[in-house]
Design a protein around this ligand. Sequence first.
Ligand code: ADP
Length: 205
Amino acid sequence: MQDLTERNIYPETKRFLGRVEKESLLGQRGVVVWMYGLSGSGKSTIANLLEREMHGEGRFTAILDGDNLRAGLNANLGFSDEDRAENVRRVAETAKLLAGLGVIVLVSVITPRRSLRELAGRIVGADFHEVYVRAAFETCAERDPKGLYAKARDGAVKQFTGKDSGFEEPENGCLTLDTEVASAEECALLLREHLRRIMDSGSAN
Ligand code: ADP
């Protein structure tokens, strides 16, 4: 990417109200929880439960859901490797923007490759916390909340994650919510506790 000044772009970094003012207005620190996993693994279900819980506690949250964003901001993107990377880049930039305004951002995007998770982490920076929402392909296919697995079986969905487009499990020790073992409510609770620990450790509150 060319240098910003070479492109005649001069971002305002001092004149506008900044993160400190926004966070003190909201009484919280911005953070990004990046939930990834197969379609139907439970990302949106858990994000929804967690958001409602935190909203009740007076926390200001936002869910960035892959499908919702693909209906608008990312409507021009498909599921090729290149488009998935651009999808992640845009979601990560949006998450970063919101966290910089003090928002607790819950991202729910498949993010199938380690390189994509790393890309998101690089963009978001210190506020980035990844969480693997796990369920086996067969389990997701049984749940099939959107009917996509049935369609993929019939060959009607191209580049379907876990079938003809790969999914890489995490290698690092990132938090895993195993939705075959714990209920959606239990997973939301585990994630709430995880967030509390992050907040207590000072990187967000
Ligand atoms: P994703 O956002 O990952 O594509 P969804 O949350 O839309 O997945 O769908 C997950 C489906 O699995 C829902 O129908 C949900 O009710 C079901 N489900 C069963 N057990 C769990 C669990 N432990 N956590 C989350 N969802 C679960």
